[in-house]
Design a protein around this ligand. Structure first.
Ligand SMILES: [Zn+2]
Length: 506
């Protein structure tokens, strides 16, 4: 079966407003700094893959098909909505130079080997978490149907502990943001690793249902047993689909679609968060599944077809030429564009030889998941799902009224408006951008200064710090200007990992 043609959207819900071919309003968050963060030599996690993804998006012309936004950086109090204050303070203050004197805290917070201290660690957390929260804000305000943050999806982080290359759990923070407006949020995790941090955070609530498809058995993080189904109010609102090595596209979709189709029918979520970890792709440096890029993207296509506000996040993915091709293809799915197979020339072109194809192929590895096993598992999970109470048909009444983000006039503010500091900061950043544009037009060369950044964000040591702003000026269209990366600006500063062989041992 060609997964790209499987099921033409595939869902059968009567309530779906549109067909799969219908356009979606998409916003995409990208921080031009994110590719510079560097976990250290030989570490498999490479934020550079997000920059490679961005380069592909630019050269495929996809940046002109969606609103491109620079994320607001998350602040302490944003993190503390989930994480403990002492852990956040530790992340903010630890440096590669000072860590040696903080051995006890390093052990307590599980920071060290898998989750090393590196230069700019806290700013990195602020960036990827800020992007996920900002993306949730956009969905809350109803201005977009799909919001994307490929730098996010760090699903292993716990309240007071780093884990599996993850420091702060941007997914939990984004879901908490979505819960301000949406009554029920569905979280789906297709990373090869169990989405343990998100599951744990919402294990006892029925306002979030978590569904994780993952390799189980002698594999990190070791959790995700099919018998783990939630607790108390959350019982039956947690699903785990444990899989074995070598699962291919057909096997994966034979279980993904029936389960998720049933979840959508029974749970009727108001918003969906899809963690698109790309370590479930064939040939991943740390993974052992055998999904093709199209097979992976079929999950995105399927979720898009329900026409429910959708947050797409990254996650794992350690063969970075595959990660970037996968997420580029999936961005195409989000905007409803089938991209041509031949990769356009780009600044990372040599990574993609000798085929220079957008498609990530599967291999001939053995599939250790038998149809019988998958069928039994599906039945067991559908049985658990039948115990979920049908979602009430009454709409959640506290929805924030839709309003256009750019046009809001601060002089006509509704004093009874729901407080939303993120949205306020977002608007303030946009106003400053307008001011700056006006200043340029009048010959005033004043630009953003570090002081302005401090006004808004405290002591963040960067002048490149603007919060979510429309990036159309410099990034919005590949026709107007080359992507920021292409200019060889900040990306070639120290920390650029472009030339490091990705097969280097851990
Ligand atoms: Zn993973």
């Amino acid at each position: 079966m060609d997964p790209s043609s499987a099921g033409s959207g595939g869902n059968s819900l009567a309530a779906v407003a549109g067909t799969d071919a219908q356009k979606r309003r998409v916003c995409y968050f990208y921080d031009t700094e994110v590719g510079n963060y560097y976990y250290g030599q030989g570490h498999p996690m490479k934020p550079h893959r997000v920059r490679m993804t961005h380069a592909l998006l630019a050269h495929y012309g996809l940046l002109g098909r969606m609103q491109v936004l620079r994320p607001l950086r998350a602040l302490d109090h944003d993190f503390c909505r989930f994480h403990s204050a002492d852990y956040v303070a530790f992340l903010r203050t630890v440096t590669p130079e000072t860590q040696l004197g903080r051995g006890r805290q390093l052990r307590r917070f599980n920071v060290g080997e898998d989750c090393p201290v590196f230069d700019g660690l806290y700013a990195y957390c602020q960036s990827y978490a800020g992007a996920s929260i900002s993306a949730a804000v956009m969905l809350n305000h109803g201005t977009h149907d799909i919001a994307i943050n490929w730098s996010g999806g760090l699903h292993h982080a716990k309240k007071s502990e780093a884990s599996g290359f993850c420091y702060v759990n941007d997914i939990v923070l984004a879901i908490l943001e979505l819960l301000k407006v949406h009554e029920r949020v569905l979280y789906i995790d297709i990373d090869i690793h169990h989405g343990d941090g998100v599951e744990e955070a919402f294990y006892t609530t029925n306002r979030v249902m978590t569904v994780s498809f993952h390799k189980f058995g002698e594999y990190f993080p070791g959790t995700g047993d099919i018998r783990d189904i939630g607790y108390a109010e959350g019982k039956y609102y947690c699903l785990n689909v444990p899989l074995d090595d070598g699962i291919d596209d057909d096997s994966y979709q034979s279980i993904f679609k029936p389960i998720i189709g049933k979840v959508m029918e029974m749970y009727h979520p108001d918003a969906v968060v899809l963690q698109c970890g790309a370590d479930s792709l064939s040939g991943d440096r740390l993974g052992c599944f055998n999904l093709s890029g199209k097979g992976h993207a079929e999950c995105v296509k399927y979720m898009r077809s329900f026409n429910v506000p959708l947050l797409l996040l990254g996650g794992g993915g350690y063969t970075i030429r595959n990660v970037s091709r996968c997420w580029c293809y999936e961005t195409g799915v989000a905007v409803g564009e089938e991209l041509k197979e031949k990769l356009p020339y780009n600044e990372y072109y040599e990574y993609f030889g000798p085929e220079y194809s957008l498609y990530v192929s599967s291999s001939n590895m053995e599939n250790r998941n038998t149809n019988k096993q998958l069928e039994e598992m599906k039945c067991k999970i559908l049985e658990n799902l039948s115990k979920v109470e049908h979602a009430p048909s009454v709409q959640f009444e506290e929805r924030i009224p839709e309003r256009k983000l750019p046009e809001r006039d601060e002089d006509k503010e509704d004093p009874d408006r729901r407080p939303d500091p993120y949205f306020d900061r977002f608007l303030s950043a946009r106003r400053r951008l307008k001011h700056s544009a006006r200043s340029r037009n009048t010959g005033d060369t004043r630009e953003y200064t570090e002081t302005e950044a401090k006004d808004q964000h405290g002591k963040i040591p960067t002048t490149e710090h603007r919060g979510p702003e429309p990036m159309e000026e410099d990034l919005g269209s590949s026709k107007q200007a080359p992507p920021a990366d292409a200019n060889g600006m900040a990306i070639n500063a120290p920390g650029n990992v472009k030339n490091e062989p990705e097969s280097s041992p851990k």
